[in-house]
Design a protein around this ligand. Structure first.
Ligand code: 4AD
Ligand code: MG
Length: 437
């Protein structure tokens, strides 16, 4: 009976140091095992860590030892024994086992310790999550999200949730996911920004944190169709204020991860010295300066365009910390951006490019606050003004200069963990060709 094994006061491996010399019972799964004559070395994982349980036939007798011989990878098991400090053991502790119960025997677990291709692993993502590396990544993701929440909460921002169903585009019409909404159409949100602008006028400083959706047809290592974004928005703040907020946020996130996750970063073989460099102030360069870097590097980049992924890598490789590129040509940016009054062809916008070729992790800037100009921009971008009447109200009733940005969680996790592709930074990734599991 599986229900025989329920225990509400479980001891977890992450707390095992507190129990040195004591007898404990651990509840988990068999990660791997090694049999050596009359000894069995069982690696038990419980989600919080992995610990080696050493069992000898002389201590436990034939019957229990036989279970150690039978037990298979990812079977659920309960092990009792004494906690012993051992320098050589991974994690510094092991269990001198005196009992082993098999809760459920797993047959032919598909992910074996040998190498598997990414497609196979992605098809088994629901099981792949149990592996040491995926555990490390998603724990770091957790801390990144927690640190973001702490950062804004400490500065008294109010969390305002943005809707998922929206009547209109925020980030261009080419990546909209359309869905039937009774007898009309709705779109899955691309960004909570427009709603945060309304909320900033109501609460001063706000942020949202939630899933956003883009029908990205590009198959790159930086694009998901469903990704999570945190979007602060502040009334009476300009572009410089947004850049300062952005660099403080990113430096804080990295500091928290370094503080808490040395063990996980080691599992990921991350070069933490590169992360130690992430201190404010971050370099700020004008779009023209970035264009110059690309020209000197011999890129095929055309002046006036937005940067491609390869271009971002070239630019970011010039710096050992994230670089903020500001004042892109207004023509390549979204309708809501304010033009620079001192250089009207430019938008008061910023992209933060992460180092080591991870590309854009933040996009944002100062918003157009003038009613007439905004109406023109909506028209110029071919957007239906009727869907934006509520947004125009913010410029009809007490308009103020205001700014904000969006930070993509998955790209931030990829960078901090040093991962090649964003697909491993989210529990169940959604890509153009991936909707399962
Ligand atoms: O630069 P983006 O498109 O900016 C906005 O959506 C603004 N409305 C945000 C704001 O000002 N409130 O997206 C912001 C960030 C990017 O820098 C990137 O990190 C992430 O969102 N991002 C993606 N991440 C994964 N997959 C995708 N397809 C992404 N598209 C954007
Ligand atoms: Mg962007």
């Amino acid at each position: 009976m599986l229900s025989n094994y329920i225990n509400r006061d479980k001891i977890y491996i992450e707390d095992i140091a507190k129990y040195e010399g004591q007898k404990v019972t651990l509840y988990g799964w068999l990660y791997n095992k090694r049999l050596k004559g009359k000894l069995a070395f069982l690696l038990l994982r419980d989600g919080t860590g992995i610990i080696q349980c050493v069992m000898s036939v002389a201590d436990v007798g034939e019957e229990i030892f036989q279970r150690a011989e039978e037990v298979t990878q990812e079977s659920s098991i309960v092990v009792s024994g004494q906690v012993r400090a051992d320098q050589r053991a991974p994690g510094g502790y092991e269990i001198l086992a005196d009992d082993l119960q098999i809760v459920h025997l797993a047959k032919d677990y598909p992910i074996t310790p040998k190498e598997h291709g990414t497609t196979f692993l992605m098809d088994h993502r629901h099981l792949w999550l149990r592996s040491r590396k995926q555990n490390a990544i998603l724990r770091i993701r957790h801390t990144i999200i927690q640190s973001i929440r702490d950062f804004f909460d400490q500065q008294k921002f109010v969390l305002i949730d943005a809707p998922i169903f929206t009547p209109a585009a925020c980030e261009g019409t080419t990546t909209l996911f359309e869905t039937d909404y009774f007898d009309t159409k709705a779109y899955l949100t691309q960004s909570g920004q427009l709603y945060m602008e309304a909320a900033a006028m109501a609460f001063g400083k706000v942020y949202c944190f939630g899933p956003t959706f883009r029908a990205e047809k590009s198959k790159t290592r930086r694009h998901l169709t469903e990704f999570w974004m945190v979007e602060p928005e502040v009334a009476y703040m300009d572009l410089d204020g947004a850049m300062e907020l952005a660099e403080n946020l990113v430096a804080y996130i990295v500091e928290r991860v370094l503080d808490k996750h040395q063990e996980q970063l080691k599992i990921l073989e991350r070069d933490t010295q590169k992360l130690e460099l992430i201190k404010t102030p971050f370099p700020r360069i004008h779009y023209d300066e970035a264009a110059k870097i690309l020209k000197e590097a011999g890129s095929e980049f055309v002046y006036g365009d937005d940067f491609g992924g390869g271009d971002e890598t070239i630019i970011s490789n010039q710096f050992d910390r994230p670089v903020m590129v500001h004042r892109y040509p207004a023509a390549v940016k979204a309708f809501y951006m304010k033009n620079d009054p001192e250089d009207p062809e430019r938008a008061l916008c910023v992209d933060m490019l992460a180092p080591e070729g991870y590309g854009e992790i933040i996009g944002g800037g100062q918003r157009e606050d003038d009613y007439d100009t905004l109406v023109q921009k909506i028209e110029h971008h071919g957007l239906p003004q009727s869907a934006f009447e509520w947004y125009l109200d913010l410029r009809r009733y007490g308009s103020v200069p205001h700014s904000g940005f969006g930070l993509g969680i998955e790209r931030t996790v990829a960078w901090i963990c040093g991962l090649h592709h964003v697909r491993e930074t989210i529990p169940f990734p959604r890509l153009m060709h991936r909707l399962y599991p």
